[in-house]
Design a protein. Structure first.
Lengths: 141, 141
DNA sequence: ATTTGTGCAAATCGTTTGCATCTGA
DNA sequence: TCAGATGCAAACGATTTGCACAAAT
């Protein structure tokens, strides 16, 4: 979709989400939204930032990921008990999770049909339905 | 279902799974399988054990939960990045997850229909499909 | 000027591990 | 007997937090 985002684009997106466009937020947003949909962990994003010459601490990466999530710019995906993934695709969709190499792959929302959900318990409302399809390399042959 | 399991029942179950029936495993199994399906975290099970006068360390609870899981007596459920849940119901089913109080509730397998899954990427096989319906108390009115 | 964000290091929390000691078959 | 289990405390890894300093409005 987006080939490259200008500095101005990023500022707009941050302001639109009610976040001050600081240098680190802009840089991180650039890494996150610069090239298609992504799934990152804090560690991975921090490493990328450092490798890209962006000066930012791991603590700030964590803070920023959570702020982005609250602001609706990211979505958190729970598939692994030890690690938090953040998805730049905030729309309706589900995931393949490759348990062998811990990689997440998007499944477009309309490629999974969840039918006949039971009524939630009394006084409860459905917030979100997550479908995780766990996959692994088949070692036939 | 099971009103109360005898010591012998527990031993049988453990042996059947290829595990030596030690005192702590028997005691923990008693807590887990004594009364219907349950969802526990290591912390919770350890606390219950201590309260029930069962002498067992937290480390052993962790070990035991994992051994039971490998032996097919339990199933691990990933719904919260910070905490691991173990489900005594190992059959095909899904979950409601109450995000307000971190409670898991079973949804019978045949109450959720997942249709038209996309084909997994090349060389990959589906291991399991997890559906988590996140719910929270609705604060209307 | 004031508010908000950042970096660092220390603290936290769930979970795992090393190792000496016990226990079940 | 003796392989396998357990307990304890220390180690761990991911994440959060406290606080002094820096940057944005």
């Amino acid at each position: 979709m987006s080939a490259h985002l200008t500095l101005h684009d990023l500022d707009q997106r941050l302001r639109g989400a009610g976040l001050r466009p600081t240098r680190q937020r802009r840089d991180l947003a650039g890494l996150l939204y610069g090239d298609g949909d992504r799934h990152v962990t804090a560690e991975v994003l921090h490493r990328e930032a450092v490798e890209a010459g962006v000066k930012v601490s791991l603590a700030t990466v964590y803070n920023t990921l959570h702020q982005f999530t609250e602001a609706g710019l990211l979505r958190q995906v729970v598939v692994d008990a030890q690690r938090s993934y953040f998805d730049t695709n905030t729309g309706h969709h589900h995931h393949f999770y490759n348990t062998a190499d811990q990689e997440l792959i998007d499944i477009p929302g309309d490629h999974v049909a969840v039918g006949s959900l039971p009524t939630p318990p009394d006084g409860m409302a459905i917030e979100q339905v997550d479908v995780v399809v766990r996959i692994s390399p088949n070692d036939d042959r």
